[in-house]
Ligand binder design. Structure first.
Ligand SMILES: [Zn+2]
Length: 345
């Protein structure tokens, strides 16, 4: 089958399109004919061997996590799924045997493996995955939209619904609204929960798109001070919650934007891993901080239901053919896009 793999770490040039053997379907797995896969930061870090992801070659590694497609083969132990089913794939594979997995808290599994990083992934015509990692999608949902969901909407659903428990009458600050996670945060907060959303972004064009998506207010962080603007927009009170997926650059201004008793959720740190926390403010203002990394299978089931009902519509920036994977990676590194970047085999 055709697939995109790497045989060493490096820039986009190490991405190779070529023939790889078809995967075997184990008894607990299904084989998916991939129709679309979505790019994530993890793909870039894996390619570069950055952030603790250096590995030994050979064997070559097929990149890619999030994807959607058709089931073409079903393992002998699998129940409830059939060939021809249209599905999306949750790329985080957990052991299903540890106490956390058995308690339904599989986001805390100590042995998770990511498709396209620890295991061969979805930049391919075919991929084999555990049946518990696939979720059926309705005909009205495109493969591209479904592939855009797992790594963006799953942590947002876990963060806003389960951890922060955002309410319809509350206001949430969403940092950097243009990336996949930022657009998912706006959609979950405004459409699924019904809360008021203040988003931050870097250009007037991205601000307009954030408004179309459901943001009530948008702060251009190149022109305005985030904390001051949030104060003005909330009658001096501050926001009830913050969604952070960018880390160091905005932590201090976002943290200062919270009301007493506010909740701070963080699920990524693309601008830097280290920052300073004012411990006096943390306890005197009784702030709660939630670290969020993907979510549980139950979270995935719930967000897929919202996708199937048409409550959320993932934003797609551009779809590239598999052969143009290097251009897709470069676009992601330039960060001048709004929504998800996808590949179609
Ligand atoms: Zn486990």
């Amino acid at each position: 089958m055709q697939a995109v793999y790497i045989e060493s770490h490096g820039g986009p040039d190490v991405l190779t399109l070529g023939e790889r053997p078809e995967p075997n379907v184990e008894p607990h797995q299904v084989m998916i004919r991939v129709r679309a896969c979505a790019l994530n930061r993890l793909d870039i870090y894996t390619r570069e061997g950055d952030r603790g992801l250096r590995r030994e070659f050979p064997p070559p590694l097929i990149l890619g996590g999030d994807c959607a497609g058709d089931i073409v083969e079903v393992g002998e132990q699998v129940r409830g799924l059939s060939t021809g089913d249209r599905v999306l794939v949750n790329p985080k594979i957990t052991c299903q045997q540890c106490p956390a997995c058995l308690a339904g808290q599989d986001d805390l599994c100590p042995r998770p493996q990511f498709m396209g990083s620890a295991l061969d992934g979805s930049y391919a015509e075919l991929t084999a995955v555990p049946a518990v990692n696939v979720h059926p999608i309705v005909n009205e949902v495109s493969y591209e939209q479904a592939a855009a969901v797992p790594t963006t909407f799953l942590p947002m659903w876990n963060m806003l619904q389960r951890k922060i428990q955002l309410k319809a009458w509350e206001t949430v600050l969403v940092l950097s609204a243009s990336a996949g996670v930022g657009t998912a945060a706006i959609e979950v907060a405004s459409k699924a929960i019904g809360a008021r959303v203040i988003a931050t972004t870097s250009t007037a064009e991205k601000a307009e798109k954030a408004r179309e998506l459901g943001a009530d207010e948008v702060i251009n962080y190149n022109e305005e001070d985030i904390t001051e603007r949030v104060k003005a927009l909330t009658d001096g009170k501050g926001v009830d919650a913050v969604v952070d997926h960018v880390g160091a650059d905005f932590f201090s201004s976002a943290f200062s934007s919270l009301r007493p008793g506010g909740r701070y959720g963080i699920c990524g740190a693309t601008t830097g891993l280290r920052t300073e926390l004012h411990l006096g403010l943390l306890f005197s203002r009784q702030i709660q901080i939630f670290g969020v990394f993907m979510g549980t299978k139950e979270d995935m089931q719930e967000i897929t239901a919202l996708l199937n009902r048409g409550t959320v519509h993932p934003v797609i920036h551009e779809v590239f053919p598999l052969a143009e994977v290097a251009a897709a990676h470069r676009t992601m590194e330039e960060t001048n896009f709004f929504g998800k970047l996808l590949l179609t085999p």
